[in-house]
Write a protein that binds this ligand. Structure first.
Ligand SMILES: O=C(O)[C@H](O)[C@@H](O)[C@H](O)[C@H](O)COP(=O)(O)O
Length: 244
C-alpha cells in the first residue's frame, strides 16, 4: 500500500485531472472485472469533478451498466432535496453517463423515517459485503471526511460498524449518514480531492498522521492519493509533493 501526493498549480486543474484519471481507471478496471464499484462523496470539489467527468464521459467507452455508484455519506434530508449529495452527483453525471437507478445506491432520505440511524441500518443491509474499487473523498478544513468529524461521536477509527447515523453535525445539515472509517478503509483505492488555502493545515496534519483528524485514519487497501492544488499543498514540506 502506498500514498502519493499530486500537486497541481491551479485550483481548477484538480477536478479536471481527477476526472481524467477516474475515467482511465474505470476503463482499465472494466477491462479486468465485470463490475466497478465507486463510492462518491459530496461538496464543491466533488461536484466540480462530476461536471468534468460528465464532459469527458460523453466520448469515452465507460460501460455505465457495469458501474455501481455508492455514497460515503449523505445529508439526511427529504429524498428530493437538491442539497443531498447523491442528487447533486447524479444530476451532474447523468448529463452524459446513462446511469440506471438499478446501479445507484443512494442512502435513504428522511421521508418518514424515524432518524438517520434507521437510514444507516438500511444502508448497511444494502451494502452487504460490498467493497469499493475507488472511494472519492473531499476534506473539511477541520480534517473531516465524509460525515466523520473530529472531536465528535462519529469519529471512531476502531468501530465495528460500517454505516452510522450522525447527529449534531458541525457541517449543515445537522443530521447525516456516513460510512465509518473502517468501512472507508475497505476500499482498494482512496482518492482525496482538496483545493484552496483553508485546507492547507488539515492536509499537512493528515499527511503527518495527526491522530486527532479523521482524514489521518483513512487509507486505501492498495493506494491512497491526494490530489491538491498549490494552495492546499502549501503547508507540506517540499519532499512531500511531487508535481504530476
Ligand atoms: O456533505 C458534504 O459536503 C461532504 O460530506 C463533505 O465531507 C465534503 O466532502 C467536505 O466537507 C469537503 O467539501 P468541499 O469540497 O466543499 O470543501
Amino acid at each position: 500500500m502506498f500514498t502519493r501526493v499530486v500537486r497541481l498549480d491551479d485550483e481548477w486543474d484538480v477536478p479536471e485531472l481527477v476526472a481524467v484519471r477516474l475515467l482511465e481507471r474505470i476503463i482499465d478496471l472494466q477491462a479486468r472485472q465485470h463490475i466497478v464499484h465507486l463510492c462518491l462523496t459530496g461538496g464543491d470539489a466533488a461536484n466540480h469533478l462530476y461536471e468534468r467527468f460528465a464532459d469527458l464521459a460523453a466520448d469515452a467507452e465507460v460501460d455505465a451498466s457495469r458501474l455501481q455508484l455508492w455514497w460515503g455519506d449523505e445529508r439526511f434530508l427529504p429524498s428530493t432535496d437538491p442539497e443531498r449529495n447523491s442528487l447533486q452527483a447524479i444530476t451532474r453525471l447523468a448529463r452524459t453517463v446513462s446511469i440506471s437507478s438499478a446501479d445507484t445506491h443512494m442512502m435513504a432520505g428522511k421521508d418518514g423515517r424515524k432518524d438517520s440511524h434507521e437510514a444507516a441500518a438500511e444502508y448497511a443491509t444494502e451494502l452487504g459485503d460490498t467493497t469499493f474499487d475507488i472511494t472519492l473523498l473531499g476534506l473539511g478544513a477541520d480534517g473531516h471526511i465524509g460525515s466523520i468529524f473530529p472531536s465528535h461521536p462519529s469519529f471512531d477509527p476502531h468501530t465495528t460498524r460500517r454505516v452510522i447515523g450522525v447527529e449534531d453535525s458541525p457541517k449543515a445539515p445537522d443530521e447525516r449518514i456516513s460510512l465509518t472509517i473502517p468501512m472507508f478503509n475497505r476500499s482498494d483505492e482512496v482518492w482525496f480531492m482538496t483545493t484552496g488555502p483553508t485546507k492547507a493545515t488539515a492536509v499537512a496534519r493528515a499527511l503527518d498522521g495527526d491522530p486527532d483528524l479523521p482524514a489521518s485514519h483513512v487509507h486505501g487497501r492498495l493506494s491512497t492519493w491526494w490530489f491538491l492544488d498549490e494552495a492546499a499543498a502549501s503547508g507540506l514540506p517540499p519532499r512531500y509533493v511531487c508535481p504530476f
